[in-house]
Design a protein around this ligand. Structure first.
Ligand code: SAM
Length: 221
């Protein structure tokens, strides 16, 4: 089974289950035109985030790693009218593109975008007594995964759902030689969730337009 087939099946999923969405398509085109890397979630994964928000009855979402806001928009669409999402991004250019995408898709109101190193933004959120968040999506620099999970615990409540993306990495998650900081970050996410008694989690391997990867998902007890 090839990546070409995985991508074709992703297209099939979108054609079969999604309504046409020119505004969301324009977001990906804008990201490309603005030179952003195509490392956003796939449409099928974005819809899953949106459905998770709805299943969770989430009113508040924290996202770490905005890029051009593609996943943020999917998450925002899963929120009720009075829902809020705080999304954290390091790169000012990514943040500018994301803001224009939020306007284009009509989600500027529920989205608060904070620019800067996420660890600083998370500390600020904690100082401001923000949260607890109902759903937390971690998708930034992978070596910081354990720190993000640690902050996620502080900004959560029993019942909060935490999703951490890109933890399978073409199966490289099995490599324990410490040579790849992103793989180390993925493994650290597993260690964190596996060893924290307050978290109950699993991971799902995925294939699709974005290749072979996966996400870990956990609930705070
Ligand atoms: N969640 C986005 C989506 O699916 O559309 C993709 C996020 S992309 C994988 C990771 C983003 O995290 C990049 O835009 C990158 O600039 C940002 N990032 C990297 N290091 C960061 C840090 N220390 N603090 C905040 N954001 C960071």
């Amino acid at each position: 089974m090839s990546r070409k087939t995985w991508a074709a099946v992703d297209d099939y999923i979108v054609d079969a289950l999604f309504e046409a969405d020119p505004a969301l398509d324009a977001v990906l085109a804008t990201n490309h035109d603005q030179g952003l890397p195509a490392i956003d979630v796939s449409p099928a994964q974005g819809k899953l985030l949106s459905l998770l928000a709805r299943m969770q009855g989430a009113r508040t979402v924290l996202e770490i790693g905005t890029l051009g806001g593609y996943s943020t928009i999917w998450l925002a669409r899963g929120l009720p009218a009075d829902g809020k999402i705080v999304t954290l991004e390091l790169d000012p250019h990514h943040a500018r593109v994301a803001r224009s995408n939020f306007e284009r898709t009509g989600v500027s109101e529920p989205v608060e975008l904070r620019v800067g190193p996420a660890l600083e933004s998370l500390a600020a959120l904690s100082t401001e007594d923000a949260g607890p968040f109902d759903l937390i999506f971690i998708d930034a620099d992978k070596p910081n995964n354990p720190h993000y999970l640690s902050w996620a615990m502080r900004l959560s409540r029993p019942g909060t759902v935490i999703v951490c993306d890109n933890v399978i990495r073409d199966g490289a998650v099995l490599d324990d030689d410490g040579h790849d900081a992103n793989v180390e970050g993925a493994r650290a996410a597993f260690s964190f969730i596996g060893s924290d008694k307050r978290l109950d989690g699993t991971a799902i391997q995925t294939v699709g337009a974005k290749g072979y990867d996966g996400f870990v998902i956990a609930i705070v007890d």
